[in-house]
Design a protein around this ligand. Structure first.
Ligand SMILES: *[C@@H]1O[C@H](CO)[C@@H](O)[C@H](O)[C@H]1NC(C)=O
Ligand SMILES: *[C@@H]1O[C@H](CO)[C@@H](O)[C@H](O)[C@H]1NC(C)=O
Length: 383
């Protein structure tokens, strides 16, 4: 056990000095860049609201929640009239886009829309409690992703939101079953499984569910802390040489949006903010993948396939290498789908990616705007 933990510990102690440690100071340098980026991303959504999907709109609603909190911060801190005016305009614009997008989403996927209506119908304001993660209080165990049954997971969310139907009857909100708790508290998960477990306890808090199961209100925060500690370690392991591989950016953004909006300020270090500022496409102002990114992702997915299936036969390897080019010429969503072939039981959620105009990705761009909302609110509190 000790032998297995030591190298990992060494890596993580090594990282501490290099990544995610730089404070943002008084926020005045990053604020204009973050504000400019969130406005541009908002304009992008405004130019293509008919192709936003539920997940993209959730990100936009989280961003709007953060903008509303920013307006309060701005009032308290007496920030400039210009910044205040821009925040108010941003809030109005996001409201307009979201309400215009709703009927399109309902039309495309009425069942999913009904179920998750609560998360996209209004700005999603998440309770912010500033906190830094104590990395020393737990042993590090790298998670494995057990299969996450998305149908079951969605049903657990629906039970919280009062949109779950059983024998033709709608159950009242805040229904928590043992099976759901077991699934959502399962230890040693990783990646999207962990973020979706955390999201369950965000939705639970947001719905105002009190004393569910054996849990009291303050214990919900403890659960969020445990998840965000695990998520933070994972997020940090993705940052090498000041950047995150394109195939992990969507996940990194999901991690930052969820833990950041809960108040875990380790996700809002200056070097991480500057890194994420470099990610959006500056022509279309959205998150998309260029040809080079697609090749990298295809290489990684083929590489994983080779590893998982222990393929050594050079003839098979050659065919797979030829596949990379073919894969890279496809859309991102198809690549992810191909990459997960034979691994159907894993998360279907990231496959809910949908391409918007100019090859922009709805899920990632939604998360991106949510993350810039989190940064914005954080920086405004420091100015
Ligand atoms: C904020 O920091 C910058 C540089 O670090 C400095 O020039 C500026 O005066 C500071 N602003 C305030 C209000 O303290
Ligand atoms: C939750 O729903 C189940 C049926 O699926 C029901 O048996 C249970 O009593 C409900 N719990 C609460 C607290 O309403």
């Amino acid at each position: 056990m000790v032998a297995a933990i030591t190298p990992v510990l060494a890596v993580f102690l090594g990282c501490v000095t290099f990544s995610g440690t730089e404070n943002v100071g008084n926020g005045t340098i990053l604020l204009p860049r973050v504000l400019n980026t969130i406005e541009k991303l908002g304009s992008f959504f405004g130019s293509d609201y008919s192709s936003i999907n539920v997940d993209g709109l959730f990100g936009l609603r989280v961003a709007q929640g953060q903008v509303k909190l920013s307006i309060s911060e701005c009032r308290a801190a007496s920030c400039t009239a210009d910044v205040m005016a821009r925040l108010m305009a941003l809030d109005d614009k996001m409201e307009t886009i979201a309400s215009k997008a709703m009927p399109y989403i309902e039309d495309t996927d009425p069942k999913y829309f009904q179920r998750f209506r609560e998360t996209i119908a209004r700005p999603y304001v998440i309770g912010y409690h500033p906190e830094t993660i104590d990395l020393l209080d737990q042993g590090f165990k790298k998670g494995t992703s057990p299969s996450y049954d998305e149908e079951k997971g969605d049903a657990c969310y629906a039970r919280l939101m009062g949109t779950y139907t059983e024998n033709g009857n709608l159950l009242p909100k805040c229904n928590v079953t043992d099976a759901c708790l077991e699934m959502m508290l399962h230890a040693h998960t990783a990646r999207y499984v962990t973020t979706h477990q955390l999201l369950y306890f965000i939705v639970l808090e947001h719905m105002g569910c009190k004393n569910v199961g054996d849990y009291e209100e303050d214990e919900i925060r403890v659960i969020q802390e445990i998840f965000c500690t695990r998520i933070y370690r994972e997020a940090r392991s993705f940052v090498t040489q000041g950047n995150v591989h394109v195939s992990k950016r969507d996940l990194f953004l999901e991690q930052t949006m969820l833990c950041g909006s809960l108040g875990f300020e380790d996700f809002m270090k200056a070097d991480w903010i500057r890194m994420v500022l470099r990610w959006p496409d500056t022509t279309d102002w959205c998150f998309k993948l260029n040809k080079h990114d697609l090749v990298e992702i295809a290489e990684e997915s083929v590489g994983n396939f080779v590893k998982e299936n222990k393929i050594k036969d050079p003839r098979v390897l050659k065919i797979l290498l030829e596949d990379i080019d073919q894969l890279a010429s496809k859309q991102y969503s198809e690549i992810v789908e191909e990459g997960l072939k034979g691994n159907r039981a894993s998360m279907r959620k990231p496959l809910r990616e949908q391409t918007m105009k100019d090859g922009c990705l709805s899920h990632t761009t939604g998360l991106g705007i949510g993350v810039f909302g989190v940064y914005l609110r954080y920086l405004l509190r420091l100015v």
